[in-house]
Design a protein around this ligand. Structure first.
Ligand SMILES: Cc1cc2nc3c(=O)[nH]c(=O)nc-3n(C[C@H](O)[C@H](O)[C@H](O)COP(=O)(O)OP(=O)(O)OC[C@H]3O[C@@H](n4cnc5c(N)ncnc54)[C@H](O)[C@@H]3O)c2cc1C
Length: 464
């Protein structure tokens, strides 16, 4: 496999989950692999600005607010309001743990990390940073991720205007916040800041939240956010943004004006493809900076692959890692057989959280599939009553004739964990991927997983 004309068999650009998945798969398969990273540490946007810091902060906020709401604490007179600085303190420790652990993967698999900006010179050559020695590789994987989209009319240097990368640098929590853009990132931050007691306006450019989700789940999320005090404004588009000393005014095209102490711009992301020297290899990203790939994650220059957020949907760390592995397997001449790259669950870490896998009711109705629904409301589960986390539901969509499970949608505490039970059964061979598994199986009691049995019986009883 090794070709001495090249320094590496595979050179990966970017050390987020996409790059790591590709690098580790190829290295374990015997390839000589090197990687480039322009940030000072490995881990990608996932570790430093995206998934890890946002979920670490969310966890601290949730745990702290839950503790402070506990009647025992109240009875003891404990009534404090932690500062944002205090809540963020643990995040850096978690990031450091992640970096150390992931660096050990590169070390153990003898994958050198070249720090600096990688740039293509030609189809087999890159330079990294200011190091003049070109690096030659037989293959490449571009896994450079995305960054928040910055329209020219928004002054991101204004101290009260943030994007999803800089919001974690916020020193003091504002009393009021507008979040422009109600995609996954906007909705998650709106929910997190509301939990901190901040008055939040969530401005959505569309007519419903997260429209790729099951309608009932979206409705439950909107209801829950509104009930918590988030002001949601649908179908609004920004006209201009006015940064002031004491706040930010969002002027909307509808004529409305929303003034808050701070603004989080969470509307769109751009692929990190500028300055990559793509023109030197004949690749052109689309208007959002994304690269087009085929089923094997090959660009039209077949020795150059691209994975992760830089290729667009679904833009999840979980998917990026799997895509990286799939590209690595293809390079090794292995089949990606069971990677299920099109079956990626969605996890949205609002409070309560949301998770789903498989088809939605809308999709099944459009496809004229005769399905039935089994539902379990968390408020009827003993475990939820014990923990007090009674908001939520589990919904199983199944074929009314074969009983095959077609979709699992969950809203409520631990939804992103609970969904995997349904996912595991959905992927069983035909005949074993049905509702019957949940009807016939004994679950620990009291658990949230018991929702599957309750939902399955509920669905089963609807059949005639
Ligand atoms: C606020 C937020 C919350 C999120 N929460 C979740 C979540 O809960 N669950 C989930 O699954 N996903 C989540 N995501 C999405 C997730 O972070 C991304 O899907 C994931 O990071 C994509 O991985 P990647 O490898 O494609 O890119 P990245 O992780 O962005 O890594 C790309 C790397 O490439 C490097 N790079 C770029 N250009 C160059 C160059 N020219 N030379 C060298 N290096 C370069 C960058 O420095 C970076 O380190 C979240 C994202 C954000 C912003």
């Amino acid at each position: 496999m090794t070709d001495k004309k090249f320094d590496y068999d595979l050179f990966v650009i970017g050390t987020g989950p996409g790059g790591e998945g590709a690098a580790m798969q190829a290295a374990k398969g015997g390839m000589r692999v090197g990687v480039a990273e322009r940030y000072t540490q490995i881990g990608g946007g996932c570790t430093h600005w995206g998934t890890i810091p946002s979920k670490a902060l969310r966890n601290t906020i949730t745990a702290t607010t839950r503790a402070l709401r506990n009647p025992v604490f109240r009875e003891m007179g404990i009534n404090v309001s932690p500062t944002l600085e205090q809540l963020k303190r643990g995040t850096q420790t978690i990031i450091a743990q992640q970096v150390n652990m992931r660096q050990s993967f590169y070390d153990r698999n003898q994958v050198p990390v070249h720090f600096g900006d990688a740039k293509f010179v030609d189809q087999h050559t890159v330079t990294v940073g200011t190091d003049c020695d070109p690096i030659r590789s037989k293959h490449f994987v571009i896994a450079t991720g995305t960054r928040p989209y910055h329209p020219e009319f928004v002054d991101f240097d204004h101290p009260r205007i943030y994007d999803s990368d800089t919001v974690l640098d916020m020193e003091k929590k504002p009393a009021t916040l507008s979040v422009y853009g109600a995609g996954v990132i906007g909705t998650e931050y709106a929910s997190m800041f509301r939990n901190l007691g901040v008055k939040v306006n969530l401005v959505n450019t569309r007519d419903k939240l997260l429209e790729f989700l099951d309608d009932e789940i979206t409705d439950a999320l909107s209801y829950s956010l509104r009930e918590q005090g988030v002001m949601i404004r649908h179908n609004e588009t920004v006209d201009r943004i006015e940064g002031l000393d004491d706040g930010v005014i969002l002027h909307l095209k509808s004529g409305k004006q929303v003034k808050t102490e701070a603004l989080l711009w969470a509307n769109g992301r751009s692929g990190n493809t500028e300055n990559l020297g793509l023109e030197n290899v004949g690749l052109e990203p689309n208007s959002r900076g994304q690269l087009e790939v085929d089923e094997q994650f090959q660009t039209k220059v077949t020795n150059i692959y691209a994975v992760g957020d830089v290729i667009g949907y679904p833009s999840l760390a979980s998917a990026a890692y799997t895509q990286g592995r799939a590209a690595g397997m293809h390079l090794l001449g292995q089949r990606d057989g069971n990677l299920r790259i099109h079956d990626i669950p969605t996890g949205i870490y609002t409070s309560p959280e949301i998770s789903s896998v498989g088809k939605t009711e809308r999709e099944l109705t459009e496809a004229c599939v005769p399905y039935e629904i089994g539902q379990s409301q968390f408020k009827s589960l003993a475990r939820a009553q014990i923990t007090g986390e009674t908001t939520g539901m589990l919904k199983i969509l199944f074929h009314r004739e074969t009983l095959q499970i077609l979709g699992v949608h969950c809203f409520g505490a631990n939804a992103s964990e609970i969904v995997h039970i349904g996912q595991a059964i959905m992927h069983q061979p035909e005949g074993q991927n049905t509702l019957e598994y949940f009807v016939d199986t004994t679950f620990n009691y009291p658990t949230m997983a018991e929702a599957y049995r309750v939902a399955a019986l509920n669905g089963y009883n609807r059949l005639f």
